[in-house]
Design a protein around this ligand. Structure first.
Ligand code: GDP
Ligand code: MG
Length: 445
């Protein structure tokens, strides 16, 4: 991990009095790599490093720890600080102190998790605060978006505003407010529309909705898997509506925490909650300390590699390393990898250790077919032509149909396999950047 890497940089420092600027700058190169690997946006990483450098230069080298450990500590503390507070810091809760109905407006890009989080929050507000909430969907852009919220409302047993087709967002907001008042609701949650990308029409809509509803909370919902993009999204929204906080979704996935740092940095607003799954109770208070660990630990790629190095046969590792050096990872390699994985204790155990694997496994688990896919995987890959195995990008709808029929599975299963291959290829690339399995094992073993 980063700590070990910095250890090497600082080994020769032992016995000196203080951390010099040159030493710190050298260490910061490693920190920069770690931050970028954790998906921290580049400008945020730069500013973070400047701040840490300033703190570290000139610090006395403590006797009890190595200089490397000391720098890691400084980096860690600064991360925690920037993410919103000390190790045991309590994430800020919702502000429900205003005159009821307290309006909470959810904003964000399409697919970021706004609607799901709206329902999670409604449930949370009832269970943790004992308050009555009404939810209203202002999403007239996406078909069935309003129905989606109504279904979730039934699931969490929270009222939703009756749907009136043809009404515009601002009018729905007005109607929702009136309805919340009439029913003496404590809280009104407004779930808004998103877009695939930030655009002015969306911003105008958000501004208009905020204008009529005077929200106490405007929560920006962001997919934690967005790395570099997070900054642009946050900047656009915070320029148009007065954000009061951030919710990071998909923290159950392989997010490496970088988006959290970027969000906090750009909006200057607290991250209030983390979404940790699709289920409606998968909402947690945000823990700065944990996320800092995640950023520095980089998903324990290293411990995976140690394990991999110990169990993959030397020749296989050699062959794989050669292909990886050339940037190759096709479906033949995937098949080999999966066999090795099973030797290493199966997918479940590995998933916790490596970012790419965790995502691949989540992708499989979300369709409830992980075991099935593993069993059928050989069949699916065998049903492909050698060319398709080498170039999975060739797999169009027609080819998928043929392969699915050949393997006796659904086209969906073929898609899952291809998706998993992509995730794996990404993970392999990450390892390659660090010098390959052998390089890593040598560096850390
Ligand atoms: P919206 O377009 O912003 O309203 O996004 P949705 O609420 O419709 O969510 C899009 C998808 O993301 C859905 O399939 C959700 O189940 C899923 N989702 C939302 N939050 C989380 C989360 O914290 N973890 C995971 N794994 N999935 C989530
Ligand atoms: Mg939605």
């Amino acid at each position: 991990n980063l700590s070990d890497r910095l250890g090497n940089v600082f080994d020769r420092l032992r016995g000196r009095g203080a951390l010099s600027e040159t030493d710190v700058r050298e260490a910061m190169r490693e920190v920069r790599v770690a931050l970028l690997e954790a998906d921290v946006a580049l400008p945020v990483a730069r500013r973070f490093i400047d701040a840490v450098t300033e703190k570290a230069v000139g610090q006395d080298v403590l006797r009890s720890v190595t200089p490397g450990q000391q720098v890691v500590k400084i980096v860690h503390d600064e991360l925690v600080e920037m993410l919103g507070g000390g190790e045991g810091a309590q994430a800020e809760d919702l502000n429900l102190a205003a005159k009821p109905p307290v309006v909470i407006m959810m904003v964000g890009l399409q697919g970021s998790g706004k609607t799901t989080t709206t329902a999670k929050l409604a449930k949370y507000i009832r269970e943790k605060h004992g308050r009555k909430a009404l939810m209203a969907s202002l999403d007239v852009a996406r078909p069935a978006a309003q129905e989606q919220l109504a279904v979730l409302g039934t699931q969490v047993d929270v009222a939703t505003l009756p749907i009136v087709k043809g009404q515009q967002p601002v009018d729905i907001a007005r109607r929702a407010l009136e309805s919340a008042r009439l029913q003496a609701m404590d809280v009104l949650l407004l779930d808004t529309a998103g877009r695939l990308h930030v655009d002015q029409a969306l911003m105008d809509e958000m501004k208009a909705v905020a204008g009529v509803s005077a929200p106490t909370e405007v929560l920006l919902v962001v997919d934690s898997l967005t790395g570099q993009d997070a900054v642009n999204v946050a900047q656009s929204f915070s320029g148009e509506v007065p954000l009061t906080g951030v919710v990071l979704t998909r923290m159950d996935g392989d997010a490496r925490g970088g988006a959290a740092l970027s969000m906090r940095h750009v909006t200057g607003k607290p991250i209030k909650f983390a979404g940790t799954g699709e289920k409606l109770d998968a909402l947690e208070a945000f823990h700065p300390g944990r996320v800092a660990d995640r950023i520095l630990g980089m998903g324990d790629v290293v411990s995976l590699v140690e394990k991999a190095a110990a169990s993959i046969k030397e020749e296989d590792a050699e062959a794989l390393a050669k292909r990886m050096a050339k940037g190759q990872f096709d479906l033949n390699d995937l098949r080999m990898q999966l066999k090795q994985m099973q030797n290493m204790g199966g997918l479940g155990m590995l998933a916790g250790m490596m970012p790419g694997m965790k995502k691949a496994k989540a992708a499989m688990a979300s369709s409830g077919m992980d075991d099935k896919l593993l069993v059928h995987m050989d069949a699916v890959i065998s049903s492909m032509t050698p060319m398709e195995r080498e170039r999975p990008e060739l797999m169009n709808a027609k080819r998928k149909k043929r392969v699915a029929a050949g393997a006796g599975v659904d086209v969906q299963d073929v898609n899952k396999l291809l998706k998993m291959h992509q995730e794996m290829a990404r993970a392999m690339k990450q390892i390659r950047k660090m010098g390959g399995f052998k390089g890593l094992a040598a560096a850390f073993g």
